[in-house]
Write a protein that binds this ligand. Structure first.
Ligand SMILES: Cc1ncc(COP(=O)(O)O)c(C=O)c1O
Length: 528
């Protein structure tokens, strides 16, 4: 009984939703179908299947650890009783095998109005093109506001502009009551042009030039310092410290970090535990009256317990700062990093649940001490799932592997090439066709990592098909680049009333040449 409970806990921690998995087909005909008895195996197999639809021997060993010693020993003594464990034992001692997690289209559907608009968007503006759903973005904003509606003195999410720096989308967020989290002068300009004013902007940067401190100060943005030496730097840049000041905390080994954001001990950001006490003391002595506290410990974090634990660290720190330095912390910014479900079987973050769990910890630690406001600065969780990169198929090729060549490249969406991130693909019109071809979906960049999918099971694809790359609404168009002379893609917003609006045109060669003034080259005339 005790062991069973432990297995349930271990499986739960994988954050997989088995309800959306029809079956898992493992090479050599081993299939795990979805039934009440197989749901734990489905979750374990979905978890150990990597982004290339492969279970490696190492991943199989990890899977066996999740099943636990009692079950694996029982399986060894009774061959055939636990086929899912027997199969992992074979993979663990052998070679990597293909594993196909089969989900219906309904597991990660494109909202009907967006799905319908896609062919028209491709026709009118060409591909590749980024597409956003106004309705979806508004819904995310409202879910955040509702999840933290318990916050005394009002909650605010400062949308991380770097995630999707388009003023049309930022305008929607301003109207939903969000602020703007800016990390550079151009982002501050973007935010203030949209209409964010003063403390509706938070300026969180690192290795900051004096000129940006001056600009943030002039706009009246909340300035968040990344280092203890920046107190002097800010004073030097602006002549005096502002009345309100915030510091970014790096928890060091109090928090584990992850592959994307790195281990806090190795991260360049923020003040250490000792430094943060010193910093508030200095700032107080220098006349700062109002204090904020900030951190950014997570990236794409979907575990409510981890997010709550991070909040708990910050609440304890705020209480300690009040106690030891005698400063009133007026707000705590918990940073961004709330995750989204890139894979259809990734369990969705329930932000209402997260807000509720954080409220409990807040009540336990801070009630009676002070009532700081709570801020976040999430980007991905707001726009990520409500954006798609639409791309057209140019070539279907058979080499050592089978390839589908599309007109988007890693220059339009860097995440898969940069860190092997999974982005789900829907081939329009073939949503319900059998996904029985194993292909790499590639762009035209002269880099072999320019792949949107590696060894992915997809339906049979023809030249001219349209493929929607999901969850491209954050850190997507924002990270576009011009390597190989690639022109950056445009952006379209599908409005709540169904209108299709081009909110950023695709680049032309003129844009590409605009910054060159090579003598006699004639490039300048191309840029006109
Ligand atoms: C300081 C800071 N805040 C917020 C964010 C936004 O993160 P996310 O889009 O994952 O919420 C980032 C992302 O890089 C960041 O560096």
């Amino acid at each position: 009984m005790g062991d069973k409970q432990t297995l349930a806990d271990r499986v739960d921690a994988l954050l997989i939703n088995p309800d959306v998995i029809t079956k898992i087909e493992v090479q050599d005909g081993f299939i795990i179908s979805n039934s009440p008895n197989t749901q734990k195996s489905l979750q374990i197999y979905a978890y150990i299947t990597n982004n290339e639809s492969i279970i490696t021997p190492d991943a199989a060993r990890r899977g066996l650890e999740i099943y636990g010693e009692e079950l694996t020993t029982e399986a060894k003594a009774n061959p055939g009783k636990h086929p899912s464990i027997d199969t992992l034992e074979v993979i663990a001692r052998g070679k990597p095998v293909h594993s196909h997690v089969v989900t219906p289209y309904s597991a990660k559907p494109i909202p009907e109005h967006i799905r319908k608009a896609m062919p028209e968007i491709a026709e009118r503006f060409g591909t590749p093109i980024h597409i956003y759903d106004e309705d979806g973005i508004r819904q995310s904003c409202r879910q955040f506001n509702s999840a933290f509606s318990w916050v005394p003195g009002q909650f605010k999410n400062f949308f991380a502009v770097k995630a999707c720096p388009n003023p049309f989308l930022m305008e929607i967020m301003l109207k939903e009551g969000f602020g703007a989290d800016c990390s550079s002068a151009p982002e501050l300009t973007l935010a203030s042009e949209v209409g964010f004013a003063g403390q509706e902007m938070m300026f969180t940067s690192n290795d900051t030039p004096d000129s940006e401190f001056q600009y943030a100060d002039k706009l009246g943005a909340i300035i968040n310092l990344d280092d203890i030496t920046h107190i002097e730097a800010l004073e030097r840049a602006t002549g005096s410290l502002p009345e309100l000041l915030c510091f970014r905390y790096n928890p060091g080994n109090k928090c584990e970090g992850n592959v994307i954001i790195g281990n806090p001990v190795e991260a360049k950001y923020g003040l250490t535990h000792e430094q943060i006490f010193e910093a508030y003391k200095i700032a107080k002595e220098k006349g700062v009256k109002i204090f904020g506290l900030h951190t950014m410990m997570a990236s794409n974090e979907r575990n409510p317990k981890t997010l709550t634990r991070q909040a708990e660290i910050m609440f304890n720190l705020a209480a300690e700062l009040e106690d030891k330095v005698g400063v009133n912390i007026e707000f705590i910014n918990l940073g961004g990093g709330v995750g989204t479900s890139y894979k259809p079987w990734d369990r969705e973050v329930n932000i209402e649940e997260v807000g509720g769990m954080i409220a409990t910890v807040y009540g336990n630690i801070l009630s009676g001490v002070a009532s700081p406001r709570i801020f976040t600065e999430c980007g991905r969780a707001i726009t990520g799932p409500h954006g798609w990169l639409l791309t057209g198929v140019r070539h279907v090729m058979e080499k050592h592997r089978d390839y589908v060549g599309v007109d988007a490249t890693m220059a339009d969406l860097m995440r898969p090439g940069m860190y092997g991130a999974y982005h789900h693909l829907t081939v329009l019109g073939k949503e319900n066709a059998e996904h029985n071809m194993i292909v790499d979906v590639v762009g035209s960049l002269c880099e072999n990592c320019d792949k949107f999918a590696v060894q992915r099971f997809l339906p049979e694809i023809q030249i001219g098909d349209l493929i929607a790359i999901h969850n491209a609404g954050a850190h997507g168009r924002a990270m576009c680049f011009n390597y190989n002379g690639k022109l950056r893609s445009g952006e379209v917003l599908v409005r709540s009333n169904g209108e299709i609006e081009l909110i950023r045109r695709p680049e032309t060669e003129r844009d590409y040449f605009a910054t060159l003034n090579f003598p006699g080259s004639g490039y300048a005339h191309l840029a006109k």
